[in-house]
Write a protein that binds this ligand. Structure first.
Ligand code: OXD
Ligand code: MN
Length: 652
């Protein structure tokens, strides 16, 4: 079709949808639920608040779906979506378990795409710090308003042709909590709807809150897209990897995602809303949106405290959040495994909610040995993606070797035969996932949905550091703690498109998730100290230190309760268990860590050592990183801490 004809057809269509939109705003509009070929197959547009109806109409006009489905969040709706996906080959049942499903993605759509994720602000410096000349910035990607519009214009028109547009009203956080926020995602993926139904509170209750309070909502538009040359491979998992783009406009609380159906790219409540847009809202409103687990820990005296912890993707946040403590008398309960929204209350107590409603956990490595509570969580009402399947309709991934005999022929994540003990390629993709309801976790905290949030006593930062970084250390004060968060580094993971094993800077475990300039984010964190006389203490942990032979020095998992015990003692101002080093307080070697009953021999000298040469090099590296990446946006307090650490190391 010549271009001008295409344009005139587009104009005609826009006019039609415009009329459709106009009619929808008139009384009795239910009559028009089947208008101009766009049928509303579930729900009724007339019942929606005007701002939501306008959002839908605009994007119907842009994306031209065949039908609209307003999600109510009911069991029947979910069952209907599952049936549809089964029919289309998107999922298959896992008959070994109760209501569990396996999805296999297009192998080109398996992880978050950090390089294609952008924040849109008028000026670049609002989004990313100004880097030193010639240095490529690694703290997010900026896009101008014009380029964002261009990116949308070149991808979205008619992108939902022949498909259903689902309207997902969802709440991040318990519906109605003062700490919660509402979003509405439009998507053409039933898989996304089913997953959002697990990961968020979704459906009519949220619509009611929107209606009653006339609330603003975060506008999320998502399409799996269609490649320019049409879908050739994997028709059960449409996507457009070459043109995938994830866009955020903080000023208007908008998220626009095109081309991917998987994970953080498409479940827009998670990274896009709860972290990127969330952090910009938090900055405006004076709170914190962080990539942190939340757990409750009760000691043998019955004293309960809550802590949050920020580790980069796939560093064991889910394992820690659901840990079975090995230290007698200790109990861990899980509030959340990935994201914390935190605010100081009027008494200066930091309180946190988990904005999510489910776990989207990395499957490989999860086992009865590493995380029995996750295993108890995931065998009903769960969607697994890119894991392998056993002949009896169960799941399999690397880490479950003890569960399946050698010689068993499985189907790997590509749906090819895979022989246990023989085939050399991984059975499951390294970023394969389970998506399971949080309430199924056997150790879910009784307060996990508390609308006011749980009180936080300690903040942990951490990462995978094979060398030099002790098992645990405590920051000297709040500002120093912010410096520790800013200095975080870790081995890269499979959750994104990076190669493994490189030690990467990942400040606050937020590097891929900042919604605004990291220098300004640091100032925001520093400013929090004005809000309280009772600030949580800040710690850094590293379960992954190795000896010279490459062997882990610490057993990790449930034994990490011993580290939490030390942290609680520090929170309770026990000075007898710590010694001061140039980097902060570490457990003293005589009565620091409680090692009673630990089977392994622990080399405490190596595990807790703070090697001067290593740290002199580390601080050089951190200073270089700050100068190159944050430049003039680095707050003076953080610069002072670089110099202070240097002189403590030199004078020690
Ligand atoms: C996640 C991640 O999926 O951090 O939680 O990548
Ligand atoms: Mn995460």
């Amino acid at each position: 079709m010549p271009d001008f004809e295409k344009k005139s057809e587009e104009r005609e269509y826009t006019r039609n949808v415009g009329q459709f939109a106009k009619k929808l705003t008139q009384p009795n509009v239910g009559l028009y639920n089947h208008l101009r070929g766009i049928s509303v197959v579930n729900g009724n547009l007339v019942n929606l608040p005007t701002n939501l109806r306008e959002f839908i109409e605009e994007n119907v006009s842009l994306c031209q779906p065949e039908s609209i489905h307003i999600c109510d969040g009911s069991e029947q709706e979910n069952a209907q979506l599952l049936r549809l996906m089964q029919k289309n080959g998107t999922i298959e049942p896992l008959p070994k378990y109760e209501n569990c499903w396996l999805a296999r993605t297009n192998p080109a759509d398996v992880a978050r795409v950090e390089g294609k994720t952008f924040i849109c602000t008028q000026t670049r410096n609002k989004t990313i710090p100004t880097t030193k000349d010639g240095i490529k910035g690694t703290l997010g990607n900026w896009i101008s308003p014009n380029d964002m519009q261009e990116a949308i214009n070149s991808r979205f028109p008619r992108c939902m042709k022949g498909r259903t547009m689902y309207v997902i009203p969802f709440s991040m956080g318990p519906v109605g909590s003062p700490l919660s926020k509402i979003g509405v995602q439009l998507t053409d993926s039933a898989y996304v709807v089913a997953s959002m139904g697990i990961m968020t509170r979704m459906g009519n209750a949220v619509l009611e809150t929107l209606n009653n309070n006339n609330e603003e909502f975060v506008k999320c538009l998502h399409s799996v897209g269609t490649p320019l040359n049409g879908i050739k491979s994997h028709p059960h998992w449409p996507c457009d990897p070459e043109r995938t783009i994830i866009l955020h406009r903080p000023k208007t609380n908008e998220i626009v995602s095109y081309g991917s159906g998987y994970g953080g790219n498409s479940l827009l409540g998670k990274k896009c809303f709860a972290l990127r847009i969330g952090s910009t809202i938090a900055k405006r409103e004076g709170w914190l949106a962080e990539h942190m687990l939340i757990l409750g820990i009760t000691n043998p005296q019955g004293q309960k405290k809550y802590i949050v912890a920020a580790f980069p993707s796939a560093c064991g946040k889910t394992n820690l959040a659901m840990m079975n403590a090995t230290l007698p008398g200790y109990k861990i309960e899980c509030v959340g495994d990935d994201i914390a929204w935190m605010k100081f209350d009027k008494n200066g107590q930091l309180r946190a909610i988990n904005p999510e409603n489910g776990f989207f956990g990395v499957a490989p490595g999860t086992s009865y040995k590493t995380n029995p509570n996750a295993m108890e969580t995931i065998f009903k009402n769960t969607i697994f993606t890119n894991v392998a399947k056993t002949p009896d309709g169960g799941i399999y991934w690397e880490g479950l070797e003890d569960e399946v005999p050698n010689g068993t022929v499985l189907k790997d994540w590509h749906n090819n035969d895979w022989v246990k003990g023989e085939t050399k390629t991984p059975a499951a993709h390294p970023n394969s996932r389970f998506c399971a309801p949080a309430k199924q976790c056997p150790i879910i905290d009784p307060q996990w949905e508390s609308p006011e949030g749980v009180p936080i006593s300690a903040i942990l930062f951490g990462g995978r550091r094979p060398k030099g970084v002790p098992l645990v250390y405590e920051a000297l004060d709040w500002d120093h703690g912010v410096f520790v968060g800013a200095s975080m580094r870790s081995e890269a993971t499979a959750a994104a498109e990076h190669q493994s094993k490189v030690i990467m800077h990942d400040p606050f475990a937020m590097r891929p998730f900042f919604g605004y300039n990291f220098g300004h984010y640091l100032s925001h964190w520093l400013s929090m100290k004005e809000k309280s006389n009772n600030l949580p203490k800040i710690f850094h942990v590293n379960w992954f230190r190795k000896d010279n032979a490459g062997k882990f020095l610490w057993p990790g998992f449930g034994e990490n309760s011993r580290v939490l015990d030390w942290i609680l003692r520090r929170v309770n101002n026990d000075d007898s268990c710590a010694v001061k080093t140039p980097i902060g307080y570490v457990p003293n070697k005589t009565n620091g860590l409680n090692l009673d009953g630990l089977k392994e021999n622990i080399n405490l000298d190596e595990l807790l050592d703070v090697p001067r040469d290593f740290w002199l090099q580390e601080i050089e590296e951190i200073e270089k990183y700050f100068e190159e990446q944050i430049g003039t946006d680095l707050p003076n307090e953080i610069r002072a801490h670089v110099n202070n650490l240097k002189s403590r190391l030199i004078n020690n």
